[in-house]
Design a protein around this ligand. Sequence first.
Ligand code: PEP
Length: 248
Amino acid sequence: MKKKLIVGNWKMNGSLAANESLVQALRAGLSGGAACSVALAAPAPYLAQLQALCAGSCIEIAAQDVSQHEAGAYTGEVAAAMLRDFGVRYVLVGHSERRQFHGENDAAVAEKAQRALAAGITPIVCVGETLAEREAGQTEAVVRRQLAAVIHVNGRCISEVVVAYEPVWAIGTGKTATPAQAQEVHAALRAQLAAATVHAGAVRLLYGGSMNAANAAQLLAEADIDGGLVGGASLKAPDFLSIIAAAH
Ligand code: PEP
């Protein structure tokens, strides 16, 4: 059976001192191991620090973004091969904050996923509808379009990805999708994958959007929810540890 995966997305938060105390607290809490896989997505300047802080622990390193280009004259960008140099195992692609504030479209997200895979990094492909799209009954169409753009390459389906369903209206708002709402979308994503690959059952589908210590267990109990992408609650060690404990 596949292990659940809990990923903390620090977003643009942290400092050398704060990261150190947070990771030390997480390591202490996880000294007996974890039933699930755990990763932390830090801002790029802190990846080297995170690599050192997590060495010898069960915590894996994730990045929050990657360039769609391989190398060269792209000032400010970070290439997948550079992330790999710092032991990065996962990278978020297409987070709604990147789509919304940095103009990322489906084609760019697909290119980023390809660059990650070519460097041996697993992309965590974020999909999700806005409130207006949900109210217009477009949820399934939106997430299917976003996922299709990434998984269909040259006539074949890529299944070496993690998918994170993150309803935009639930991210950082304190509003969580109900377990039933989340499961409904996850089941649709699983069916979409199953139509394209025999490996659909092995793809981990994470839920993200105000997941916290109080609601994690219920969400993670749903049949097609294989883990969580956790923003705000990943910055507080006790909360993040409770979410990890709920993922078994
Ligand atoms: C996220 O940043 O991916 C996220 C889900 O944030 P939050 O948990 O704060 O809603």
